[in-house]
Write a protein that binds this ligand. Structure first.
Ligand code: ZN
Length: 198
């Protein structure tokens, strides 16, 4: 059994609500295909928007799936925050909200504590493939003769600035989206910490 399948199965065991939102067997095939494509393209990050478009899934549901498979003892992905700087237009990509206070290029302050809808709309979710999973998929790819189905088309990727954003997550009221619910709780805690100046 592949590590990807094993981890996914363990995650579904921990979070049974996922089966109704994104059935395991189907999701395994989609995720496997999606991550392999990202590796073929040498993409450093994967965008839930692309997953949502490619496999006809609801955007919030795709974000929820990605969050769930990164918030686990059996990680498949790791979550990152992406924001584009107003001053120099460069991307800042960090793994924790605590690191999201200045542009990593020009040091321009990123005022994420002003909880306006616009600010939250500028913070996007992108993900990195877990190193062990990456190794396994790369190994699979090497053993595969290149076929037309692996043909890499240009121009069908959405920019990170169109990845699901924090505003979308905060507005969600659906308790079934356990990944979103957990992430929301952690965001709230972080924003409070910012507000208190800690
Ligand atoms: Zn900047």
């Amino acid at each position: 059994m592949s590590l990807l399948y094993k981890n996914l199965k363990n995650i579904y065991r921990e979070k049974p609500a996922l089966e109704f939102l994104s059935p395991l067997e189907e999701t395994y095939l989609f995720i496997r295909d999606f991550l392999k494509l990202a590796l073929e393209r040498n993409n450093e990050y994967v965008n839930p928007s692309d997953y949502s478009i490619k496999y006809g899934q609801d955007m919030l549901n795709s974000l929820n799936l990605f969050l769930n498979i990164s918030q686990s003892a059996y990680p498949i992905l790791s979550r990152y925050y992406y924001i584009s700087c107003d001053e120099c237009d460069s991307p800042t990509i960090v793994s924790s909200m605590n690191k999201l206070y200045e542009c990593t290029h020009c040091k321009y302050p990123l005022d994420i504590t002003s909880d306006t809808k616009e600010t939250f709309s500028n913070i996007h979710y992108i993900f990195k493939i877990n190193p062990e999973i990456r190794k396994e998929l790369n190994y699979d790819l090497k053993g595969q003769p290149s076929s037309s189905s692996n043909f890499v088309e240009e121009g069908d990727q959405t920019p990170y600035s169109e990845a699901p954003n924090l505003s979308m997550l905060i507005e969600s009221q659906d308790e079934n989206y356990t990944g979103v619910v957990e992430e929301k709780a952690s965001i709230k805690e972080n924003l409070l910490r910012f507000a208190e100046g800690i």
